[in-house]
Design a protein around this ligand. Structure first.
Ligand code: ADP
Ligand code: MG
Length: 825
């Protein structure tokens, strides 16, 4: 068994590759220029493709030939137009080029498998896009690792930490294009991510652009006597302005870096033959970036609040990402959180180092095994189980061997470097052995089992035990994964399949009922949206990552409304989502019914959504003010202001062809909508809970007056675990409980014949035009009135049933109210 060993940081701005070897990580250098990182930049020049530093140089002179920050658009359907050709490229294509270039760093040893890091906030589509880039670059196996975990692994493994009690760390990663903060728990051997926050559109690039817009443009406008320079630079097709923007942004970045060391920096521009010099002081710069830094601090605070953790509980803040070189950031964090801010590792290579440590503990899958290395593994025994911890901080680790059935023979365990050998040891069915470990490295052992005649019957080479290298207890799912389900009142809600922060891999089977008939052989289908986000909010404020489809063309028999279906959801550690479907009634089994879809970001769509949200929030604010709920109203007003701000920025973005404003707005929009939902849903949830309590009370009273053991039993089953589901924050669960209670209440109600009188009058009071045959309906109604008078309930029930049959639009059964909805319930 080999380990993956190669770790890659595929960054927005910079990428790099490292390898785990003999307990250490080596970060490879670019054979050209000997830097440890490669700018994630691609340029097209005549028929050459340039990658990295060489590509970056052309930003100033031929900006429309240079492509960067494409990681921010991973998983979207965005395409880049190549200059002077009709060829188009996707963010995946460019990422593939970067990965291929990185693999040149490793000289003669080409990686077949690698760990590639992703931001913790990457959704399923973005994660899958990253994996695709890896495969396209020629890797046979790609394992994804969340960046904050990589950062922690780098810290934990390179510092001589002596952790006896559990500690909590914050990993603050401010890179070129993204900001991520993660809350991590670490004990003497394992790390666990508790939760994370972040923005995919907040990074060093935004600081550079801000410098151009607010520091340089006003100065240039004065000198040039020209207004609206920024607008022209980001909004016009004029190459001269685009070049100017790119040159300024490039120089802003250089000046920014200089300001991390010096108190001031100068930017020189040549405009129409004149040299213009602009000065920036550190103070100016700090004032400029304060709102951005505050935004990161706000996200960090909300992460702590969400998890009810105080500043005092944080042992340290680990700094990652090139932007954290800025002294003001370190100071702001220390001032705000009053804890140790740790920047002892190079923030630009930390992720590479961590990815390689992780790769050093991950076994290569069969398909990516290097063919030349044969791994001894023979077995003539039915089943042998070896139980041991793959990570250890101790000098020795216990290994237990178990052979299925009755077995007597010998075992022998050797360490591959020859420093440990048990010799032939007799055993019966099971053995225990303490394996001596070499410190700070991965120890490989060979385990052999012999029969009574000392013939080899089992061998396993490369049993790897990691000493002193920190590992993780699993990667968490960054968001809830839900399906969109029909509601009884015609709208939809989210049903949670997997919960945020559950540890991957995950698997779950759910049972649903089809509420629409699909006839085989037609082109009919049933589509169920799969959504990633927050289950406690409405479908619209989340991200649709794809859909599952039951197509009539795949059916061998008709699928009738009301049929039960079984759906099995699985997510691998590297975020592959698969859904399979099983329909017992027609013996149908379909694998892979999930279709992933790329994210579509369109300005028009966002505009409509924002407009709708604004109308809705105005309505809600009025409603809350009517009810006198001032605190909610206040929160809604803040959200309303944010929506208006987004609308304003969207108008600006309309003429913005250069920056990623629309993507940024789309992401913030989703967050604002979720905040809105949470306020309003809270209200709806309370209303639902009230309704639940009402029905419960009603049934309780009825059962006291007219005891009914069968119904009482059913009632107890429904209200069991009440505390759990009422506090679950899941409106759908409460609704389904209400439905069950309603059904019971109805059953109780119709225990008494008198109840049928009310029901009859419900039918009698319908308009005669609701019935297929008016005269017949009238006749039945008058007969019914007779029956009521004579208290002939037998007759009355039969009349109600006849009226039901005459109805043009029928409720599900004659006792129930009408509800005809499509999809699943
Ligand atoms: P990513 O993870 O997005 O690939 P990095 O962690 O490599 O990015 O960080 C890149 C960002 O860090 C860029 O925006 C760059 O300008 C910024 N950066 C690098 N060095 C410094 C510095 N000394 N001072 C301020 N910012 C820096
Ligand atoms: Mg990074």
């Amino acid at each position: 068994m080999n380990n993956i060993d190669f770790g890659i940081d595929l960054g927005t701005t910079n990428s790099g590759i490292g390898k785990f070897q003999n307990g250490k990580v080596q970060v490879f250098k670019n054979p050209v220029g000997f830097k440890e990182t490669l700018p994630s930049v691609v340029a097209y020049r005549n028929d050459r493709i340039l990658i990295g530093d060489k590509a970056r140089e052309f930003i100033k002179t031929q900006p429309n030939h240079v492509f960067s920050s494409f990681k921010r658009k991973m998983g979207s359907d965005f395409v880049y137009q190549l200059p002077h050709s009709d060829e188009q490229k996707t963010p995946i294509d460019f990422s593939t080029l970067i990965l291929k270039e990185l693999m040149n760093f490793t000289a003669d040893e080409r990686p077949k498998a690698a760990v590639i890091t992703i931001p913790a906030s990457f959704d399923t589509i973005q994660s899958n896009a990253t994996k695709t880039a890896g495969y396209n670059a020629g890797l046979k196996e790609v394992v994804l690792l969340q960046e904050p975990i990589a950062a922690c692994l780098a810290y934990a493994n390179t510092q001589n930490l002596d952790i006896n009690e559990q500690k909590k760390w914050l990993v603050y990663d401010f890179g070129g294009g993204t900001f991520d903060v993660a809350l991590v728990k670490i004990n003497d051997r394992e790390l666990k991510i508790i939760d994370h926050e972040g923005s995919n559109f907040l990074g060093g690039v935004d600081i550079d652009q801000l410098m151009v817009e607010q520091l340089f443009c006003p100065q240039l406008e004065k000198i040039l006597g020209e207004d609206g320079l920024w607008k022209r630079m980001v909004g016009s097709e004029d190459l001269a302005y685009q070049k100017m923007f790119m040159e300024l942004a490039y120089k802003a970045e250089e000046a920014k870096k200089e300001l991390s060391i010096n108190e001031e920096s100068f930017v020189e521009m040549e405009i129409s033959g004149d040299f213009i010099e602009m000065k920036v002081t550190r103070q100016q710069f700090n004032d400029l970036i304060k709102p951005k830094v505050d935004e990161t601090i706000k996200l960090t605070q909300s992460l702590l609040e969400k998890n009810q953790i105080s500043n005092q509980e944080i042992d340290r803040i680990i700094l990652v990402g090139g932007t954290t070189y800025i002294p003001y950031i370190k100071k702001s964090l220390a001032d705000t959180f009053h804890c140790y801010v740790d920047n002892t590792i190079d923030p630009t290579t930390a992720i590479i180092v961590g990815a390689a440590y992780f790769a050093g503990t991950k076994a290569v899958e069969e398909k990516a095994q290097n063919e030349e290395v044969s791994v001894p593994e023979i077995t003539q025994l039915k089943e042998v189980k070896l139980v041991y911890e793959i990570n250890s901080q101790d000098n020795e680790e216990l290994l237990t061997g178990l052979v299925a059935g009755e077995f007597s023979g010998y075992y022998r365990i050797t360490r591959l470097d020859g420093g440990f050998d048990t010799g032939m040891m007799p055993f019966h069915t099971r053995f225990n052995e303490f394996l001596k470990l070499l410190p700070k490295s991965i120890n490989y052992f060979n385990v052999k089992i012999f029969d009574k005649l000392q013939h080899l019957v089992f061998e396993k080479g490369q049993v790897a035990i990691n000493h002193g290298v920190y590992n993780i207890s699993g990667q968490p799912l960054p968001n809830d994964i839900c399906i969109e389900v029909d509601d009884t009142v015609g709208s939809t809600f989210l049903e949670k399949i997997f919960k945020k922060n559950e540890i991957l891999p995950l698997s779950k089977t759910v049972y649903k009922t089809i509420s629409k008939t699909i006839l085989k052989g037609t082109d009919d289908q049933l589509i169920i949206n799969v959504v990633e986000g927050n289950a406690a909010t409405s479908p619209a404020s989340n991200l649709c990552i794809g859909y599952l489809e039951i197509a009539a063309s795949k059916l061998s028999a008709n699928l009738l409304k009301g049929t039960d279906i079984e759906l099995k959801f699985e997510i691998s550690e590297s975020r592959d989502l698969t859904i399979s479907l099983f329909i017992d009634a027609i013996g149908l089994e379909l694998e892979e019914v999930f279709n992933a879809s790329a994210r579509n970001v369109s300005l028009e769509k966002i505009k409509t959504e924002l407009n709708n949200a604004l109308n809705q929030i105005d309505w809600e604010i009025e409603d809350f003010s009517y009810k006198g709920l001032d605190d909610v109203m206040e929160k809604l007003n803040v959200i309303r202001m944010e929506i208006i701000e987004l609308m304003r920025e969207l108008i600006e973005a309309e003429d913005d062809l250069v920056t990623d404003k629309i993507f940024n707005i789309d992401e913030r929009k989703r967050k604002v909508f979720q905040a809105f939902d949470q306020q309003v849903r809270g209200k709806n949830l309370l209303e639902e809970i009230e309704e639940y309590q009402l029905y419960k009370q009603q049934i309780k009273e009825e059962l006291l007056l007219h005891p009914n053991p069968k119904i009482d039993r059913m009632f107890q089953i429904i209200i069991k675990n009440e505390q759990v589901f009422l506090n679950s924050d899941q409106i759908s669960v409460v609704r389904s409980k209400i439905k069950e209670l309603k059904r019971l209440a109805r059953e109780l109600y119709y225990q008494h014949d008198e109840a049928y009188i009310d029901l009859f009058y419900d039918y009698a009071h319908l308009s005669v035009t609701d019935y297929e045959n008016e005269t017949q309906a009238k006749k039945l109604i008058s007969k019914g009135e007779d029956a009521v008078e004579k208290r002939n309930f037998q007759e009355l029930k039969s009349i109600i049933s006849s009226l039901y049959n005459l109805l043009k639009v029928k409720p599900k059964d004659y006792l129930e109210d009408q509800n005809g909805t499509l999809g699943l319930r």
